[in-house]
Design a protein around this ligand. Structure first.
Ligand SMILES: C[S@@+](CC[C@H](N)C(=O)[O-])C[C@H]1O[C@@H](n2cnc3c(N)ncnc32)[C@H](O)[C@@H]1O
Length: 359
C-alpha cells in the first residue's frame, strides 16, 4: 500500500500529521444527493463534524443539562490511574474522533505518571482537532520521554483501511480510544462491524488490539431529552449545523434554517435517540441535473445517539469477536468506560504485558 501523505505541519510545529483519506469515502457532496434521493431520505451524520461543528459540540457539552460530560469527567477523575494501568507499555493508542482532546490529555498524563511509553495517534475529520488541539497536546508533552504523538486525518473507515495496509506502527498492541459516546452514533450492528473491521486489520498486521470506549447508559428519559433538546441554544446550534455544512458543500443556500426543525424520536426498544431534519415547507432544488424534492413534514434521518446498557455493549463486543473486561462507572451509573479485548486476553498486574494472544 502507498504510504500516507505527510501533511503540512507548520501550524502544529512538530506534530507528524498524515492524511489517510480515501476520497471516495469522504465524498460528502455525493452522499448528500444520494441520501436525498433514497427512500426514506437520509443525510450523512458526518455533516455535523467540521471545524464549526466541533466548536458547536464543545459549546453544547458546557451546557448545565449536558450530563454526559460531567459523568465522563467523574469517571476519569476517579479512575484515571486504574484505566491508564490497563494500557501496556510500548503500545500504540489510536483515538477515533479525538475532538478537543481534553480527556485524552488527562489519560496521557496518567500514563506518563506510570512511566509507560505509548505512541498516541489522534484521528479526526476536523482540521481544528488535528492542527489546533493536537498542536496544544504536543506542546503539553513536548518534554515527555514516554508519550509520542502523531495525527491522522480521515474517517474511521479510512483508519481501518490504513491499518490493514500499514506495517509500520511502533508497537505490537493497539488500543483504540473511542470516547464521548461516539461509538453510539452508529447502530449496534454497525458498531460491531466496525470494531470487527479494526480487529481484522490488526490481526492482518499481527497486532493485538483492545478498545477503550465510553458509552452513555443513562436510562432516565427526561434527562436525555433535556440534554439533547433541539430548541435549546447550544444543542440546537449543533443539531442544525448539518444543514449549513450541506449548503457550503452544495455551494448555495438550499436549506434555509427557518424552514427546518431538528426533530428527536426516542426508540425505547433500542435505547436510541434518533434525529431527523423536517421542513415546514416543500423544498426543491437541482444539483448537476438531478432534481431533489422534499415534501413539507418529510423526515430526513441524519443522527443517532444510543444510550446503551452493559448487556448491549457485551453483545456488541461479542459480535465483533471481543469481550468486555474492566468496566468503570460514574456514581449514578449513567455512563461507563469499557475495556474490550480479545477473548483469550487477560490483564495481569503488569498491565497485560506478559499475557496476550490473538485468537
Ligand atoms: C462526539 S465527538 C467526541 C470528541 C472526543 N472524542 C470527546 O470525547 O470529546 C466526535 C468526534 O469524532 C469526529 N468524528 C465523527 N465522525 C467521524 C468519522 N466517521 N471519522 C473520524 N472522525 C469522526 C468528530 O469530528 C468529533 O471530533
Amino acid at each position: 500500500m502507498s504510504q500516507p501523505m505527510l501533511l503540512d505541519t507548520s501550524a502544529t510545529e512538530s506534530v507528524q500529521l498524515y492524511s489517510i483519506r480515501k476520497s471516495g469515502l469522504l465524498n460528502l457532496k455525493e452522499s448528500i444527493i444520494a441520501g436525498l434521493q433514497a427512500t426514506p431520505k437520509t443525510l450523512p451524520s458526518l455533516l455535523l463534524w467540521d471545524d464549526q461543528g466541533l466548536q458547536n459540540f464543545d459549546a453544547w457539552t458546557q451546557a448545565p443539562d449536558y450530563y454526559p460530560k460531567r459523568c465522563e469527567w467523574e469517571i476519569l477523575t476517579n479512575y484515571q490511574q486504574d484505566i491508564a494501568s490497563q494500557l501496556p507499555t510500548g503500545s500504540i493508542i489510536i483515538e477515533l474522533g479525538c475532538g478537543n482532546l481534553g480527556k485524552t490529555a488527562w489519560l496521557l498524563a496518567a500514563i506518563e505518571r506510570q512511566q509507560r511509553k505509548v505512541h498516541y495517534y489522534a484521528l479526526d475529520v476536523s482540521d481544528d482537532a488535528l492542527y489546533k488541539n493536537l498542536g496544544n497536546l504536543k506542546t503539553q508533552f513536548a518534554n515527555s520521554e514516554c508519550i509520542s504523538i502523531s495525527g491522522l486525518k480521515g474517517t474511521y473507515d479510512d483508519c481501518a483501511e490504513w491499518l490493514a495496509g500499514s506495517a509500520q506502527l511502533p508497537g505490537s498492541t493497539v488500543t483504540f480510544l473511542w470516547l464521548g459516546n461516539s461509538i453510539a452514533n452508529l447502530t449496534k450492528l454497525e458498531a460491531s462491524l466496525l470494531i470487527g473491521q479494526f480487529r481484522q486489520a490488526c490481526r492482518k498486521m499481527s497486532l493485538d488490539c483492545n478498545f477503550l470506549i465510553s458509552a452513555d447508559s443513562c436510562a432516565v428519559r427526561e434527562s436525555i431529552l433535556k440534554a439533547y433538546d433541539p430548541n435549546d441554544g447550544p444543542s440546537r446550534k449543533f443539531l442544525l449545523h448539518g444543514l449549513h455544512h450541506a449548503n457550503r458543500l452544495l455551494g448555495r443556500e438550499v436549506f434555509k434554517e427557518a424552514e427546518w426543525e431538528a426533530v428527536p424520536t426516542w426508540d425505547e426498544d433500542q435505547h436510541e435517540l434518533h434525529y431527523s431534519y423536517v421542513p415546514n415547507v416543500d423544498v426543491q432544488f437541482d444539483h448537476d441535473q438531478i432534481q431533489v424534492s422534499i415534501k413539507k413534514g418529510e423526515p430526513i434521518h441524519y443522527f443517532m445517539s444510543g444510550k446503551w446498557t452493559e448487556p448491549h455493549v457485551n453483545s456488541i463486543a461479542e459480535k465483533a469477536g471481543l469481550k468486555v473486561g474492566s468496566v468503570w462507572k460514574d456514581t449514578q451509573e449513567q455512563y461507563c468506560f469499557y475495556l474490550l479485548h480479545n477473548k483469550s486476553y487477560s490483564i495481569g498486574t503488569d498491565g497485560g504485558k506478559s499475557q496476550r494472544a490473538l485468537i
